[in-house]
Write a protein that binds this ligand. Structure first.
Ligand code: FAD
Length: 600
């Protein structure tokens, strides 16, 4: 009875996608998690998507996954980001009702007949001859399976910090997974490290002076991750976010209390996420900045509690109270849940292959924050890949290795397994050397054919996609024949200022009734075609091209601070040397290549 095709450990964002993928591929799947009530919990901010992250959600949606539709169906505010920039860097961000998200996630899992849920703590792993046979639960139940996916998030030997007070835990209110780190390192031979991340205090909305804040409305009309979503889940307007900022007084309070910070007193050893720094980090690292933005985000419909995005902290609670009171509009705001940092064990991901399988074990896959990433979307994307491959192993079919030239999923997996990590990994569009092709709006065209082949798409989604492709191809033929005001319509659409609707809004054909997402997908394809051809036909740069040291001191467009720090540290002499530097992404190398070519 306790034997399954695929066993997934963890009911976070990664575990959910792994279990859904395995089930959609027809495998009997069990998801084990510490607390069934917390499935799909958003440990930190109540939002899904954004630049890079939203691209991953679009890819998950294209492959029939859950995250996009769960975000749509619990969405309070929808914003397509970067609409003034090129299509390659646009993506959707959704503020969600975190309680509804969790509820829907659980219901979605339970709606699959082949998927079972089990509350319990995995404390041991039985391995024979390089193959995991079974998992041992805290209550001595043995669970066997053909393949296994571990997605333990921030829970492995988790410690929560608030000032000098510490508590064992996976996140606030949830106990840690204390007993699994040892078997992972001693019985499975995995190399583990330690990372940390933090979260801000949550505030009571009724104690905020809203008149002092700047309102941030959602898009009207909203866009959705899923083509199936028809509208927001409740009647009425979207719930806005609000904007405020820290003050000189905030900086002073933090500076005066740094000796009470577990980060700066050396109490926390784990390395934190560069791109979600704590407020104490921001004040120390950018001493010249007078103030930092804070977005006040709703936590749920009709819920008083709000999330002040931008003041993540592990300072003691009395200092958190002073910080909050120093911010315009929050002078009298009451803290409902204090902020804290969590330190946890992760597994160095260069021990995995491109299917997220542990290299030296036949049937164990790892996904999510356990692999050193940060963020719900990165976790969910890996869960999808690991779930597909665990299912493939269990049914005896070939693995799927996402290609980095075709997807952000591929970029992320390739970065993780070939470069490893030395700080929490977050997705950015700059990590992809092919980002002009990896657009939010063409995710389905890139990945749904693969999903159909793998058996991941439901009939409904599959039919919808095939019909879209048919209409798209007819539309493409029609547009390429069209002449407007004596000029070829397709050439006019290539001009940056010309939009699909500018050209075809008066059109009597089916084109003008295309959904907006199709119009953007078509328009961006036409506009980017020329650039992509140039990119693909670029002349190679000689490997022995010398890198003048001054270039490594510049702000080279397309090379992030993280990548530049790595390059500066290694100080490569030639382009070939730079390509050997550990942790430097192909995207950064491509930007360096372009910079070196410019100077020739
Ligand atoms: P999780 O969502 O952590 O889920 C892990 C699951 O595994 C849980 O359901 C748990 O019950 C289960 N589990 C663990 N061990 C066992 C076991 N032995 N047996 C059974 N079940 C087990 N992300 C950002 O992008 N930016 C941020 O600023 C940020 N800040 C954060 C701050 C805090 C304090 C925390 C806790 C998280 C933060 N995150 C942040 C991270 C974000 O929550 C994670 O990236 C994301 O939730 C990871 O998803 P996951 O599925 O890998 O793991």
């Amino acid at each position: 009875m306790n034997s399954w095709d695929v066993v997934v450990v963890g009911g976070g964002h990664s575990g959910i996608e792994a279990a859904l993928a395995s089930c959609r591929m027809g495998l009997r799947t069990l998801l084990i998690t510490l607390n069934l009530d917390m499935i799909g919990q958003m440990s930190c901010n109540p939002s899904v998507g954004g630049i890079g992250k939203g691209h991953i959600v679009a890819e998950i949606e294209a492959m029939g996954g859950g995250m996009g539709r769960l975000a749509d169906q619990s969405g309070l505010q929808f914003r397509m980001l970067n609409t003034r920039k090129g299509y390659a860097v646009q993506a959707l961000r959704v503020q969600t009702d975190r309680y509804r998200y969790r509820d829907l996630a659980r219901r979605l899992l339970e709606s699959y007949p082949g998927l079972s849920l089990r509350q319990g703590e995995v404390v041991g792993v039985e391995v024979i001859g390089g193959k995991v046979q079974s998992l041992l639960l805290h209550d001595e139940t043995r669970i066997s399976g053909k393949s296994f996916v571990l997605t333990t998030g921030t829970f492995l030997s988790g410690i929560l910090h608030q000032g000098f007070s510490t508590l064992e835990g996976g996140r606030s209110g949830d106990r840690a997974s204390k007993r699994l780190s040892r078997p992972l390192s001693e019985d499975l031979g995995l190399q583990l490290g330690r990372l940390k991340t933090g979260t801000p205090p949550r505030l009571s909305g009724k104690t905020i002076d809203w008149a002092k804040l700047t309102i941030q409305p959602g898009d009207d009309p909203p866009s959705f991750f899923s083509g199936k979503t028809t509208g927001i889940f409740y009647e009425g307007a979207q719930i806005p976010c609000h904007l405020t900022r820290t003050t000189a007084q905030t900086s002073e309070i933090i500076r005066n209390n740094l000796d009470r910070s577990p980060l700066y007193s050396g109490k926390i050893r784990g390395i934190g996420p560069r791109y979600c720094p704590s407020i104490e980090d921001k004040i120390v690292k950018f001493p010249d900045r007078d103030s930092h933005h804070i977005f006040i985000e709703p936590e749920g419909l009709g819920i008083d509690e709000v999330y002040p995005n931008g003041i993540s902290t592990s300072l003691p609670v009395d200092v958190q109270e002073q910080i909050v009171a120093s911010i315009p509009g929050l002078e009298r705001a009451a803290i409902m849940r204090p902020g804290y940092a969590v330190e946890y064990d992760f597994v160095f991901p260069d021990q995995l292959d491109h299917g997220l399988k542990v290299q030296h074990l036949e049937n164990l896959f790892l996904a999510g924050q356990i692999n050193g990433t940060t963020g719900y979307e990165e976790a969910a994307g890996q869960g999808l890949v690991a779930g597909i491959n665990a299912a493939a192993y269990a049914r005896g079919s070939s693995f799927w290795y996402p290609d980095r030239s075709l997807s952000y999923l591929g970029v992320m997996v390739d970065d993780l397994v070939t470069q490893g990590i030395d700080e929490p990994y977050r997705m950015f569009t700059s990590r992809a050397e092919n980002r002009l092709s990896l657009r939010y709006h063409n995710a389905d065209m890139r990945l749904s054919p693969v999903a159909i082949e793998l058996g991941l798409l439901g009939e409904d989604q599959k039919e919808g996609f095939l019909q879209k492709m048919e209409e798209f191809s007819a539309g493409r033929g029609e547009i390429s024949r069209k002449v407007i005001d004596g000029k070829k319509a397709i050439d006019q659409l290539k001009r940056p200022e010309m939009s699909f609707d500018d050209l075809f809004s008066e059109d009597s054909s089916a084109l003008c009734s295309w959904p907006i997402s199709w119009k953007i997908a078509f328009e961006s394809e036409v506009k980017y075609e020329g650039y992509i051809q140039i990119h693909d036909s670029r002349s190679p740069l000689a490997a022995e091209t010398i890198i003048p040291p001054s270039i490594l001191q510049e702000d080279v467009p397309g090379i992030s601070t993280e990548m530049m720090v790595r390059l500066r540290k290694a100080n490569p002499r030639t382009f070939s040397d730079a390509s050997q530097v550990k942790g430097v992404s192909p995207g950064a190398l491509e930007a360096l290549r372009m910079r070196l070519k410019r100077q020739k």
